[in-house]
Design a protein around this ligand. Structure first.
Ligand SMILES: C[S@@+](CC[C@H](N)C(=O)[O-])C[C@H]1O[C@@H](n2cnc3c(N)ncnc32)[C@H](O)[C@@H]1O
Length: 214
């Protein structure tokens, strides 16, 4: 079955149970996991940097970032605790998780203040693609004071040339589209400068925006 024929999975715990932790975050596990890790490395991510994985899901990216980063330098925030649990037990493995001590916050309201460290780099891979503008703005607003000045935050999005009517509520399996200008304006309102990167090789055409903490 190709992507277009797949029925939309349920939202939250029921969807995770029905689809499993890999499909819930969109499948293409190895490809999209490696893509995000390689991208951050080309942007200068080093093991000594603190890295924040915004909406880390079941650790599709985390399986690459956690072993690479120094102890305690991986921070993950996610609203579905079952995804993190599956990611740690079934993907990362408990031994590596113990050795590398990643930090997690379970929150749907972007409660970044609960982390013990401030990030140098951050990524939201396929989060803004599923959020209303209000929630996306909350993410940018709450994150800025909780990361280092100069933090580079990369966020993927579905790009539209003109403003569109998105679904009324955020949903993990419905697609939301934004213009470059809409994202840049929201970022600038909350202490970020925006830099459009565009195509970064995502198999479903998601584009990349970089926000730099000013
Ligand atoms: C398409 S998945 C991507 C997960 C991960 N970034 C990856 O690339 O595998 C989107 C994730 O965003 C999470 N999410 C959606 N809304 C959220 C919110 N308000 N706060 C935290 N996580 C959220 C979902 O639970 C899901 O794990």
């Amino acid at each position: 079955m190709d992507d277009k024929q797949k029925p939309v999975l349920g939202h939250g715990e029921a969807g995770i149970e029905a689809g499993g932790h890999r499909d819930y975050v969109g499948g293409k596990w190895d490809e999209i996991g490696k893509l995000q890790f390689d991208f951050l490395c080309t942007q200068g991510l080093l093991p000594e940097h603190v890295f924040l994985d915004v909406a880390c899901g079941s650790l599709r990216g985390g399986v690459h970032f956690i072993p690479y980063l120094n102890v305690g330098n991986y921070l993950g925030i996610e609203k579905e605790d079952k995804l993190i649990e599956a990611g740690l037990v079934e993907e990362v493995g408990e031994e590596l998780a113990l050795t590398k001590s990643p930090e997690f916050v379970i929150s749907s309201t972007f409660a970044f203040q609960h982390f013990t460290k401030k990030a140098d780099y951050a990524l939201a891979q396929s989060l803004f693609t599923h959020l209303t503008a209000d929630l996306l703005e909350l993410c940018l607003r709450n994150m800025r004071p909780q990361v280092k000045d100069g933090c580079r935050f990369f966020a993927t999005f579905f790009e539209s040339e003109t403003s569109v009517d998105n679904p009324e509520s955020s949903h993990d399996h419905l697609n939301f589209k934004y213009t470059q200008a809409e994202l840049a304006t929201l970022g600038e309102k909350h202490g970020w400068s925006a830099n459009y990167i565009g195509d970064w090789g995502h198999p479903r055409g998601q584009r990349m925006m970089e926000f730099v903490g000013t």
